[in-house]
Design a binder for this molecule. Structure first.
Ligand SMILES: Nc1ncnc2c1ncn2[C@@H]1O[C@H](COP(=O)(O)OP(=O)(O)O)[C@@H](O)[C@H]1O
Ligand SMILES: [Mg+2]
Length: 377
């Protein structure tokens, strides 16, 4: 298979020149003309190497590089910086931001190709298998976020995957009730720790198993005394979970906290959950705007509509898509009574009543979100 190179440069001339050099050698080429576009392309294109310009108007290459490194899915991706700035200080800051190599423009084509080949050869050693992180972020409270997260998690678990569901919030969460689990050890203890103290053993000891096979890391029963550096805890926690589970499902609350900010940075996909109703959709729109400002856009984010049956004439999916300028990756129809029964039994609706139309919608959503999933291990 030809290797794929993602070339990022805001200068169309440079973009063409470098693309041509790689294409002529038989590489597959994808291009991005801004930092934000580059980040969006990573998930969809899955390149083997990134050639990254530094000076770009929206987001510098240094920041793009840091973000690539911060995301466990791309942390080991080879990055070759190619910049008009060639001073020693520029090279040093490029390498410090996480680049593997740095070349000054104008670069000699054969040197550029040779350096790229060297990086690709080293990267050929298989990296540790990392799980896919799926974040569910409520547009506001009470729209069905936890219900969707729990169902998608349980469906993936019964599909043979290892799944960790994390209620990533400082206060009480409802997954305990939905799954009828009430662990004494939970996220609270972790949030109070220094990031360096968060080990795989510490994390594993706080996960409880549901009958579906899903593991739950529950939100604190008692409000955690969490430090302002909680995002560092998230940065430590999520790679550990992604290293041990095929899927890490995050149930996030509707805040724009540092916790959520860190969480979506680690997510391969962030689903904003909304009801098909005006107030909720307005909140969804604001949430999507915030996510875009954080660089979470394109293939990295979408909308899940949960119709709880509270609006008599809900807008159609095309209308919602237009109003939000975002794709709806799933739509769950009303299932009030079935949801109540599922809560009573502590079994997610999609497992309790698999024939229900809402269950079929959840299965479809799980299928879409599992993306280019590897087979269950
Ligand atoms: N498809 C649905 N149809 C009807 N009610 C639903 C549906 N999905 C969830 N609910 C109900 O909506 C309420 C809020 O759901 P929840 O998942 O707790 O929302 P959130 O996590 O956004 O606060 C719960 O009572 C839940 O049973
Ligand atoms: Mg909830």
């Amino acid at each position: 298979m030809p290797r794929k190179i993602l070339i990022v440069d805001d200068d169309p001339h440079a973009l063409r020149l470098v693309s041509y050099a790689f294409e002529a050698e038989g590489y597959q080429v994808a291009v991005a003309s801004s930092g934000a576009e580059a980040l969006a392309r990573l998930a969809s294109e899955r390149p083997d190497l990134v050639v990254l310009d530094v000076m770009m108007p929206d987001m510098s290459g240094l920041e793009v590089c840091q973000r690539i490194r911060a995301n466990p899915a791309t942390a080991r991706l080879p990055i070759l910086m190619l910049s008009a700035r060639g001073l020693v200080a520029d090279r040093v800051s490029g390498l410090r931001s996480g680049a593997d190599d740095y070349l000054a423009k104008p670069a000699d084509t054969s040197e550029l190709l040779a350096r790229a080949e060297a990086l690709l050869a080293r990267a050929a050693y298989p990296p540790a298998r990392t799980g896919r992180v799926l974040a569910f972020l409520g547009a506001k409270g009470g729209v069905g976020t936890t219900t969707v997260a729990v169902n998608v998690g349980a469906l993936l678990a019964t599909g043979g995957y290892s799944v960790a569901l994390v209620e990533l919030r400082p206060g009480y969460g409802t997954a305990r009730a939905l799954l009828r689990l009430d662990p004494e050890t939970d996220l609270g203890g972790l949030l109070a720790k220094a990031p360096g103290e968060i080990t795989p053993q510490e994390v594993e000891s706080r996960l409880v198993r549901h009958a579906s096979g899903l593991r739950l890391l529950a939100a604190p029963r008692v409000a955690a005394s969490w430090s302002p550096a909680s995002h560092e805890v998230v940065d430590a926690l999520l790679p550990i979970l992604a290293g041990g589970y095929d899927y890490v499902v995050l149930d996030l609350d509707h805040s724009w906290s540092a916790l959520n900010r860190a969480a979506v940075d680690h997510a391969h996909f962030t689903a904003v959950v909304s009801e098909p109703e005006q107030v909720s959709l307005q909140c969804a729109r604001a949430t999507l705007t915030t996510l875009r400002a954080w660089g979470i856009m394109g293939d990295l984010a979408g909308v899940v509509i949960v119709n709880r049956g509270t609006t008599s004439i809900p807008p159609t999916l095309p209308q919602i898509r237009q109003a939000l300028s975002a794709e709806a990756v799933g739509a769950v129809p009303p299932a009030g009574d079935a949801c109540a029964q599922a809560v009573r039994d502590g079994v997610p609706l999609s497992l309790l009543q698999p024939q229900h139309v809402a269950s079929a919608a959840m299965r479809e959503l799980a299928r879409v979100l599992s993306g280019t999933a590897h087979p269950p291990r």
